[in-house]
Every structure is written in C-alpha cells, then in structure tokens.
Design a protein around this ligand. Structure first.
Ligand SMILES: Nc1ncnc2c1ncn2[C@@H]1O[C@H](COP(=O)(O)OP(=O)(O)OP(=O)(O)O)[C@@H](O)[C@H]1O
Ligand SMILES: [Mg+2]
Length: 442
C-alpha cells in the first residue's frame, strides 16, 4: 500500500477528491452536458440490513441512455482507501440492492471496476493512478472497461506525397462501409482530405466561373469552423459539447464520414503557444466519444505541431511509405516522434501498428529496401502493401473512394480493383490488430 506522503492533505477530504478527481474523470467518461447523460450524486438505495430494509446512498449513479451504460461510483480518500473490506463490502451491497450491474471504486491512488453477476460482485479490472492530474488516462481506462470505445488512428509520415491522405480517407470509407460512424480529422492546411471528401466546396470551386463566385467560396471557408477553432474551444475552456460539434461538417458525401475539416486557416502559427496545446485536440475529441466508433487523422508532411496534436490524440499510428531510400529514411523520424508521444502518454497514444508499403510496382515487391526496413525495425510490422495504380489519382479527382471507383474504371480496371482489394484487406487487418490489442490490454 502506498503512503500519502507528498499528497496534499486535501486528498483526505472526500468532497475534495470528488471535485478534483472523480467528477473531472467521469465527465470525460459520460459528459455531464450530454443530453443522454444522467448524473445522480448521493443516489439513494434501499438495502436489506438483517431483516429490515434501510435507506443508504452511494456517491454517484451515472447513466448514458444512448449507450445503455450505467454504473455506481463509491469514492474514498487517500486515507480511507478503496482496497479494503469496508469499501468493497459497501459496493457489493449497493450493486446487490440497486439492480445496477457495474460499480466503480475510486480513491487518489486506485480505480477498481466491479461487475455483479450470478449473485456475486467480482473485480473486473483495476488501474493504478500514478499521476493524479492525468485525468485523461484514468478516464481512458474507465471507458475501455465500460466498453465506451472510440478507436483513433493517425496516418503519418514526415515525407510528402507518400499516400497519407489517400490511405486515411480510403480506410475511413472502408470503416464506414462496415457500419461504423467515422470522423476524419484533417490536420493539413493543404486540406486534401477535406477537398477529396467534398466538404470544402470542391465542386463549386472547380466550377466557379467568376471572381465573385470564388470570393463567395472563400467567404464560406473564412466563416466555417474547423480544426483550429476546435482546438481554440479547448484553449478557452468552452466545455459545451455543442461548441465542439459545431466545428464538424456532417453533410452526405461518397465516403459516408463526418469531417473535422481544415483549410488555409488551420496552420501551426495559429495554435496557442502553450505547450499543453498539443493535447487539446485529444481533450476536445474525448467529448465526442459517444458519437463515433473511429476517428482517422490525416496529417501534413514535415514536422509541425498540428501533427503532434494528432499523434497525442491517436491511440494508433500507421506509417505509409514508399519502399525507396528517401521514404524509408523518413520512417526513422516518425518512429522517433511516435515513441516520444507513446512514452509521454502512459503508452496510451501513438502505438505504431505498422508500415504500409505504398505505390508498389508489382515486380518490385519485397525489395532490398523492404528487407532493410524489416531488419532495422524488427518490432514494427509491415502491413499489406498498396500497389501503384493510375486509378488512385482519378478516384481522388472524382471525389470517391477507391472501392467505388474501381467498379466503374474503364481504363485500368484490374489495377484499380487490386488497390481497392488491398485497402479492404488492410482495413480488416487493422481492425483485427486493434481488437487483439484491446483484448490483451483490457
Ligand atoms: N497507390 C497509388 N498509386 C498511384 N498513385 C497514388 C497511389 N497512392 C497515392 N497516389 C497519388 O500520389 C499522390 C500523393 O498522394 P497523397 O496526396 O495521398 O500523399 P500525401 O502523403 O498525403 O501527400 P502530402 O504529403 O502532400 O499530404 C497523389 O496524386 C495520389 O493520387
Ligand atoms: Mg496529404
């Protein structure tokens, strides 16, 4: 058992623990201002004591009706602690008599999740709180244990033109095709993902026949809220879910995804200088966990702080790379950055799923370069490769995903179909890897 030396004496005051730890964490799990949320502090339960039914109260009853999730929370302090028979007995009693199946015990050092099943309360999962201010990690653990999940994947390589956007938007489409609600976050001021998906008035821009028409489009983009505004809401601590949602464009598009778009406005120099800003995108997206199953981040080439924002918000990272000398050199840089974020986020963010060989010419598969990658980064997987096909650029120009375009490509149907198939295969592989990772890590 840890001692409480070094901890402020406030942590031995239950109300203080509730205000400064529990409520902040739980607000990230089931946001209080979400219309489907119900938070009842001091929730009354009638418990059987000997032969009498007497009223008692658990610290919180929390429910999200839209997700069919409800649980009880019992809070203890640095001194009273949750890992003793009294606390566990109390929770067992509350679960037994309330009909609620999940209970959480929490104090400044530990979180335990219990499940009431077959007449017994059993420990499901526990988490050591190493840093009391790192509420995101604690919330992440509780969300995963409760089954509230959003899977976040960044696509990055610091080298330009390797196929980041192509991969990001096509994987997003494949995930949405499989019935998931998907958000694409465009972190590049070139805005290729927003343009290709069709949320930046792409068609109107292509068809504009006068300076006035173009001006109108620029006026629209100037007013529209996007990634930089989203981060600004976090910076200004405007915690209302509606603020964050107002930055998302949800219009029907061939990719079937929502987009947190970018334009010329979303640039590094507009980010507040505060170093904590790198975690703001993550903080804001945590408010939307109920709305999406997957969030895919397209990043810009080079090294910039917006990319770091994406890496701090994404649980997983995939690295597209051509199998040629210059691109491979870029991989080293990405791995270095991702490793730093992984360590700094308690191993919660930027977990590298693998490298995706891009624009591979059939005959060049398994080149010397690929062998070199396997040797120099033996712990990093090489995922299914995507061949080079002229249809890829055409699909982007038509603003459609590759697997739709392959169906009507008359010029090179075979290579288009191969690319579409390998993107499907890659997506299945990614889902499988993530499921295995989640099963292993609780
Ligand atoms: N498999 C492929 N076969 C042929 N061309 C491809 C393939 N994948 C991508 N391309 C083309 O390569 C170019 C660069 O792709 P993309 O824009 O996806 O790269 P990027 O890494 O996002 O670039 P940037 O660094 O500028 O953001 C585009 O013209 C795209 O159509
Ligand atoms: Mg791009």
């Amino acid at each position: 058992m840890k001692d409480i030396e070094g901890l402020d004496e406030n942590w031995d005051n239950e109300r203080y623990v509730e205000l400064h730890l529990v409520e902040r964490v739980l607000n990230l799990v089931i946001p209080l201002d979400n219309p489907s949320s119900k938070w009842i502090p001091q929730f009354k339960i009638k418990v059987l004591y000997k032969t009498n039914t007497i009223p008692d109260a658990v610290d919180y009853f929390i429910e999200d009706c839209s997700k069919n999730i409800k649980f009880l929370v019992e809070v203890k302090t640095a001194k009273t602690r949750i890992n003793n028979a009294t606390a566990r007995g109390q929770l067992d009693k509350y679960l037994r008599y309330s009909g609620v199946k999940i209970g959480i015990l929490i104090d400044p050092f530990l979180v335990e999740i219990y499940q009431f099943k077959n007449g017994q309360t059993k420990l499901k999962n526990q988490f050591d709180i190493k840093n009391i201010t790192d509420i995101e990690s604690i919330a992440e653990f509780i969300k995963t244990s409760l089954g509230v999940k959003v899977r976040t994947i960044a696509v990055h390589n610091s080298k330009g033109g390797v196929g980041k956007t192509t991969l990001a938007i096509n994987i997003a489409y494949e995930l949405s095709k499989r019935g998931n609600k998907v958000l694409v976050v465009d972190l590049d001021d070139q805005a290729n993902a927003s343009l290709t998906i069709g949320v930046n008035k792409t068609e109107e821009m292509n068809n504009a026949s006068s300076a006035e028409e173009l001006q109108e489009i620029y006026n629209f983009l100037d007013k529209r809220l996007e990634v930089i505004d989203f981060i600004d809401f976090v910076n200004k601590e405007e915690g209302k879910i509606e603020c964050y949602k107002s930055c998302i464009t949800s219009i029907p598009n061939p990719f079937g995804v929502d987009v947190l778009p970018a334009s010329h406005k979303t640039t590094d120099d507009k980010l507040p200088s505060n170093p904590v800003v790198l975690k703001y995108l993550d903080t804001g997206l945590q408010k939307l966990v109920d709305d999406y199953q997957y969030v895919i981040f397209d990043t810009a080439p080079g090294k910039n702080r917006l990319t770091w924002c994406g890496l701090y918000a994404a649980q997983y990272l995939i690295i597209p790379s051509q199998m040629e000398y210059l691109s491979v050199y870029g991989i080293k840089e990405v791995i270095k950055t991702a490793t730093a974020v992984y360590g700094d986020s308690n191993n919660q963010r930027s977990n590298i799923l693998g490298i995706v060989p891009m624009m591979i010419d059939g005959k060049k598969l398994n080149t010397t370069v690929e062998k070199y990658v396997r040797k120099s980064h033996p712990d990093i997987l090489i995922l299914p490769a995507i061949k080079r096909a002229t249809g890829v650029a055409k699909a982007s120009n038509e603003n459609v995903p590759m697997s739709k375009f392959a169906g009507w490509d008359k010029d090179s149907p075979k290579t288009s179909a191969e690319v579409a198939e390998s993107i499907e295969l890659l997506t299945d592989e990614l889902i499988k890897m993530i499921e295995e990772f989640e099963a292993k890590n609780g």
